[in-house]
Design a protein around this ligand. Structure first.
Ligand SMILES: [Zn+2]
Length: 119
């Protein structure tokens, strides 16, 4: 069976994964202090405190999404290094190159992804 991922394409995908890794980790670093619980100010009104808690919960949820994506990106880099990259984890078919270019951290082919997302 032919490997549809030639080394040039793989290099491009690895470069975008590494760029994503840098971007996501710096995003996490820059939001780190904002996600920490802030001491309650005596003079803060109840409303502004609730606002602040609400904003923090959104920020934490976003950070969780970013952390998970960063993990996926790092796993994808490991898969490139162990030459298991671009293979669907469910059906073991090749994930198409356009899909990998759009989501270099993808672990499923589009068919299996659709399948999983069905209710
Ligand atoms: Zn599949």
């Amino acid at each position: 069976m032919d490997d549809p991922l030639d080394s040039a394409t793989l290099q491009v995908l690895e470069a975008s994964l590494r760029a994503l890794e840098t971007q996501l980790s710096s995003l996490l670093r820059s939001t780190e202090s904002d996600a920490k619980p802030t001491p309650l100010k005596d003079n803060a009104s109840r409303l502004s405190r609730m606002d602040e808690m609400h904003n923090q919960s959104i920020l934490r949820a976003n950070r969780t999404v970013t952390q998970n994506r960063l993990l996926e990106v790092r796993r994808a880099i490991v898969r490139i290094q162990s030459e298991q990259y671009g293979i669907c984890q469910d059906c073991f078919n090749d994930i198409t190159i356009p899909r990998l270019k759009a989501y270099p951290e993808a672990t499923l082919c589009i068919l299996c992804k659709d399948q999983r997302e069905k209710p």
